[in-house]
Design a protein around this ligand. Structure first.
Ligand code: SF4
Ligand code: SF4
Length: 478
């Protein structure tokens, strides 16, 4: 890391690569029309809202608790609008019908607070408020990606203004005209802490916004401004924590993006819940890629009908490289959705695709004719182009890997079931960014292989832990 001035540090990171396919969402934010019904999915990437707090047919107001996730500090799923609850209409969803507009102001009932005051003081009340008003869901543990304990003590907090995976909601779009709320949110965040630093991650580009933020945080002894190049996946919290020298063993590291800071400000300044969020809809199959203001449960089909004209598409919940395909059973936007990516679904394989000159096709190796074109975005589809070949040891995956591991070597070990060697080659450092799979000319599903292998290793370790605990119990009872 190279110091530019006492307040700003420029960080150098390894690997990374920007892919620039067609379909980048514009900076405009459109508000979706009020829906007739909301379909709230009961599970998202991190949460499973299995503790139901409402009954079938019950009338609820906006921000009432619909359900909680008992394994994530009772994180609530809030009703984005008032309406009538239907529990049996759609599997794994709570449906709200007879939708009404939200109340102007929502307060936490005072009677729920006194024990928290005694136990954890003012900062504890604020943290409880963040949890109750839906702002805590925007927090991550930088290393595990899980929801951190709202009453825990972090060693540091990473706040990122970047969003670099195509086509997720951009940080600059969320910050547009909200600098005051953002800096106020940062101050609220600091008031939850004692002495722990807040690392504010900014792009290393000169912009009026960056200068304004610099001016604002100049007086904050607790904020450290870190500039990073605009390259995917340098917005990844795990990579940032490692580059900042924050060790996992020294305690949790909280991580939060712009939307989380704005949610903190909303919850702690005006006591309002976070019911609506800005998300993106982008990708080559979207007629007008854009940002949207939408609430959890908004009917996905209504969004697709408005923005997608192609008949056969694959819709991803999330970005192009790490998004998960949305199944037909999922009817509403999930509680954690940061964007929808829509790609034309082409099932046929391009005959001898890899031998074509590739005027319209980009590749990391720049081996296609398109290398002669400037300022050009490829129109990606889901079609195979003659790939799925063995590893040709080109090393591209290693060049782009931000975790400094050797994906091709891991692939070879996994192919031969050499799990011990896989562990020694540090598969645990893989952040699942998907760049290796993307640049691989043989289109080996490296990311998918590594996710599976990590799950398998974790499962085996858990089995060993349980077996050891059982043996220990037996020994103690003898
Ligand atoms: S998915 Fe893992 S192995 Fe592949 S580039 Fe990203 S961090 Fe490296
Ligand atoms: S990019 Fe693909 S083909 Fe090239 S070394 Fe990596 S795994 Fe092998």
């Amino acid at each position: 890391m190279q110091h530019v001035c006492p307040k700003v540090v420029s960080m150098k990171l390894k690997g990374g690569y920007n892919i620039l396919p067609e379909g980048r969402p514009k900076g405009i934010v459109e508000r979706l029309p009020e829906p007739d019904a909301l379909y709230l999915p009961l599970c998202s990437r991190r949460f499973l809202f299995e503790e139901m707090c409402v009954e079938d047919g019950q009338q609820v107001n906006a921000s009432d608790v619909i359900a909680k996730d008992p394994n994530n500090f009772a994180l609530p799923l809030l009703a984005p609008r008032g309406g009538t609850v239907k529990l049996k209409t759609v599997a794994n969803h709570v449906v709200l019908t007879d939708i009404s507009t939200p109340d102007k102001k929502v307060h936490i009932p005072e009677k729920r607070l006194p024990h928290i005051v005694q136990e954890v003081g003012t900062a504890g009340i604020k943290r409880y408020k963040l949890l109750s008003l839906g702002a805590w869901q925007f927090f991550y543990d930088a290393y595990t990606g899980q929801l951190p304990d709202p009453l825990g003590t972090p060693q540091a907090v990473i706040v990122s203004t970047l969003s670099l995976e195509p086509f997720l909601t951009r940080g600059d779009v969320q910050l547009h005209n909200r600098l005051l709320q953002f800096t106020r949110g940062l101050e609220h965040l600091q008031s939850l802490l004692e002495y722990q630093p807040i690392y504010l991650i900014m792009p290393n580009v000169k912009s009026p916004f960056a200068s304004q933020v610099c001016e604002h945080i100049c007086g904050y002894a607790w904020a450290k401004l870190i500039q990073v190049p605009l390259k995917y996946p340098y917005d990844n919290f795990n990579i940032l924590a490692r580059a900042l020298g924050l060790k996992k063993a020294a305690g949790p590291i909280w991580a939060v993006r712009v939307e989380g800071i704005l949610a903190i400000d909303r919850a702690l300044t005006v006591s309002k819940p976070c019911l609506v969020r800005i998300l993106s809809i982008g990708g080559p199959a979207v007629s007008s890629p854009i940002h949207l203001k939408a609430m959890a449960g908004y009917p996905i089909q209504t969004v697709l009908d408005k923005y997608v004209t192609e008949p056969d598409v694959r819709v991803l919940d999330g970005g192009l490289l790490t998004g998960e395909p949305i199944s037909q059973e999922m009817l509403g936007l999930g509680a954690e959705c940061r964007g929808l990516t829509v790609v034309p679904e082409l099932k046929e394989r391009e005959f001898l695709g890899f031998t074509r000159p590739g005027w319209g096709r980009k590749s990391y190796s720049k081996c296609f004719l398109s290398a002669l074109r400037t300022d050009f975005s490829e129109r990606l589809t889901t079609a195979m182009r003659g790939e799925l070949r063995p590893c040709i040891s080109c090393n591209f995956c290693e060049e782009v890997c931000p975790a400094s591991i050797m994906p091709h070597l891991l692939h070879k070990y996994l192919y031969r079931d050499l799990i011990e060697e896989v562990e020694q080659a540090r598969i645990d450092l893989c952040i699942e960014c998907g760049l290796c799979s993307f640049v691989c000319p043989s289109k080996i599903s490296l990311r998918g292989e590594f996710i599976e292998a990590k799950e398998l290793i974790e499962k085996e370790k858990e089995e060993i832990r349980q077996e050891q605990a059982k043996q220990q119990l037996q020994e103690n009872s003898e």
